[in-house]
Design a protein around this ligand. Structure first.
Ligand SMILES: Nc1ncnc2c1ncn2[C@@H]1O[C@H](COP(=O)(O)OP(=O)(O)OP(=O)(O)O)[C@@H](O)[C@H]1O
Length: 322
């Protein structure tokens, strides 16, 4: 178990993290989300032992993590941190990079391990290519394989897929998290990509301006977002006053675009402003109750068409409780 107990951190005099506490059970996958600059990378660096903290304590498996002032080699031994700027040896091959820290005593074992890692990150075809000749996304995949090579107990990932094209991203993500689950490797992924969060994170931790605002099971958090900031980290979201929907109630509720439907039987009207093709559907931007709202629709709508929209009672009741 990872325990982070009341840590605070400042770069010089600029406070970045304030009284941060949480625990993570072994084998769990955690998404760390929050607006840009809220302190996600800083927190990962502290856990890995790259930054010294003046206040608070960390432990892994009940063993206190002592931090950079006490470790001769930077970084905790049983962890790996994959930063946004991955460190690879440019003039050696992909195979040499991945195997760099693996023992040479049993060459066949090492070869097999490197091959397994090459397959996880889908880089087997580039085994003998020099890293300097790889694209940014390919380098990122090699860095990921290198981070996994010595079987860390805790893997800290900072935007691990952001350089990788959509075509590869989905299968890479599935391969990686399947591998981590099978090998009981705990992970914390700092990300802005909701696909990293929704499908793969058992729990999600939300940071706002250096403070943890919640830690919850991912699906529960998405379905019951406590506030606008949290909901908006998952994508577009509408804040709608119930009185505008005809209720004798002035509570505001959060509604995702797919939860608003065009419904000719409804008396609630919205005026289309823009329509954005999204592949499987259109995202419609419309004016409702003097504010902009977004909803998904299966066909294009042309401004300034007026459409009738509705939200199910079930969604309204659920959001009133969250
Ligand atoms: N080495 C540094 N020296 C001084 N300030 C820093 C340093 N690194 C980061 N900061 C500042 O600390 C704050 C938190 O940065 P951090 O990189 O942890 O945020 P983040 O949530 O990971 O952001 P992003 O999502 O954009 O990667 C920011 O205001 C940033 O400008």
């Amino acid at each position: 178990m990872l325990t982070v107990d009341n840590i605070s951190f400042a770069y010089d005099t600029k406070p970045v993290l304030k009284n941060v506490s949480f625990t993570i059970e072994k084998g769990q996958h955690i998404a760390l989300i929050g607006a840009s600059g809220c302190g996600k990378s800083t927190l990962l660096k502290i856990i890995y032992g790259l930054l010294h903290i003046e206040q608070g304590e960390l432990s892994w498996d009940n063993k206190k993590l002592l931090g950079p002032l006490y470790n001769l080699v930077p970084g905790e031994e049983n962890m790996k941190y994959l930063s946004q700027g991955f460190e690879l040896q440019a003039y050696t091959t992909v195979t040499e990079n991945i195997g760099q820290y693996l023992s040479n005593f049993e060459p066949e074992l090492k070869k097999g391990r490197v091959q397994e890692l090459l397959e996880i990150v889908e880089m087997a075809d580039f085994a003998d290519t020099k890293v300097e000749n790889l694209s940014g996304g390919q380098k990122q995949r090699v860095a990921l394989a290198k981070a996994l090579a010595k079987r860390p107990e805790l893997l800290l990932l900072d935007e691990p897929f952001h350089n990788i094209d959509n075509f590869r991203r989905s299968s890479l993500r599935r391969n990686l998290f399947r591998y981590l689950k099978r090998n009981k490797i705990t992970s914390i992924t700092a990300t802005h990509d909701k696909t990293d969060i929704l499908s793969f994170a058992d729990e999600t931790i939300v940071i706002k301006q250096g403070e943890i605002v919640t830690q919850q099971k991912t699906e529960h958090l998405y379905q019951n977002p406590p506030d606008y900031y949290i909901a908006s980290l998952f994508g577009e979201v509408n804040q709608i006053n119930l009185s505008a929907l005809g209720y004798d109630d002035h509570h505001e509720i959060l509604v995702y675009p797919h939860e608003l439907k065009v419904d000719p039987t409804s008396s609630i009207k919205a005026r289309v402003k823009n329509s954005y093709f999204n592949g499987g559907h259109y995202l419609i931007e419309a004016v409702f109750d003097n504010t902009i709202i977004f909803f998904d629709h299966n066909a294009n709508l042309i401004a300034p068409e007026v459409v009738n929209i509705s939200i199910s009672d079930e969604i309204i009741q659920k959001r009133l409780k969250s």
